[in-house]
Design a protein around this ligand. Sequence first.
Ligand code: PSV
Ligand code: MN
Length: 388
Amino acid sequence: MSILSADVLSALEKQAIELPSWAFGNSGTRFKVFGTPGTPRDPFEKIADAARVNELTGLAPSVALHIPWDLVDDFGTLRAHAEDLGVSLGTVNSNTFQDDDYKFGALTHEDPQVRRKAIDHHLACIDVMDATGSRDLKIWLAEGSNYPGQADLRGRQDRLHESLAKIYERLSGEQRLVLEYKFFEPAFYHTDVPDWGTSYAQVSALGDRAMVCLDTGHHAPGTNIEFIVMQLLRLGKLGSFDFNSRFYADDDLIVGAADPFQLFRIVFEVIRGGGLNNPDVAFMLDQCHNVEDKILGQIRSVLNVQEMTARALLVDADALRAAQTSGDVLAANAVFMDAFYTDVRPALAEWREGRGLPADPMRAQLESGYQARIASERVGGTQAGWGA
Ligand code: PSV
Ligand code: MN
């Protein structure tokens, strides 16, 4: 008998995690970007690698795009290519952080012409969404200042609202806008959307189809991220996650690698707040694989999310509530920790096999020869990298 009940398995069956196209390109730090044989040279090859992750795990049915990194002549063709490989095109990420005009801001810039250019970029992203069938436009802004007095904080916040409203107006049907926050980098004194409260205030002023995106790497050390998850779910404004791990800053490491217990606590609050397998709450990865194999890195990541979801689903909610209401601190904590310490890996392997998936997707990828094949096929051209 599996330690995972039918209810737990049916919740896991529905789990879907969106992969970032840029995870398959080369990446690194400001010190060095390492190239890897077989790295995709265009968005079509990135989608093929993402589809490989889905084929082996059954967990990753969609791929997020970043514009302009993933610009192609015809998004209808890219969409058909993805669908042929069993995946769909997901969130479209805008990019206003790699153009000289945006040195002092984009949507918040003092100059109306620069603001117009940044708004137009977002409108072009929505055109892409129309062609790809994507639902979400994800906005992360690299805007802020480095020195006290450099910028009019209040004026920038007002301009941000005006710019976002123009973008929001252009959404149609089911389309949504998700606004990501980050407390530092590339600006270091202030960031225009530094925290969930600012994102919440800005999206609330737009309307129902504007939500907050929570990137797990975008918080100061020691931040209780699961509390923010709880609050945003409670307010009906948690639109999406960018999952990754951090040791120091915005490290973009494999989710669950640095602090598996934190991931468990986050997923527990997602479940508690009704966010699991809820279409309003998109589970995405936002990661880069600087030194490890990219496809394996993505497989490891989605499996980590699945494992922590299974463990969080094992929390005995009735026993937990009973201990909480009777004030039994240690019993409540024990219920929580019992679930966290349960090794669900053998049960998940067995369940995977029963669904026609490899018991060990990491090993299946390693033994499949896929990596050697793409390394020999993908010669010439320019390897994609973070930023292209
Ligand atoms: C910014 O650090 C960020 O988290 C945003 O989501 C960007 O679009 C992404 O990283 C690019 O890697
Ligand atoms: Mn992110």
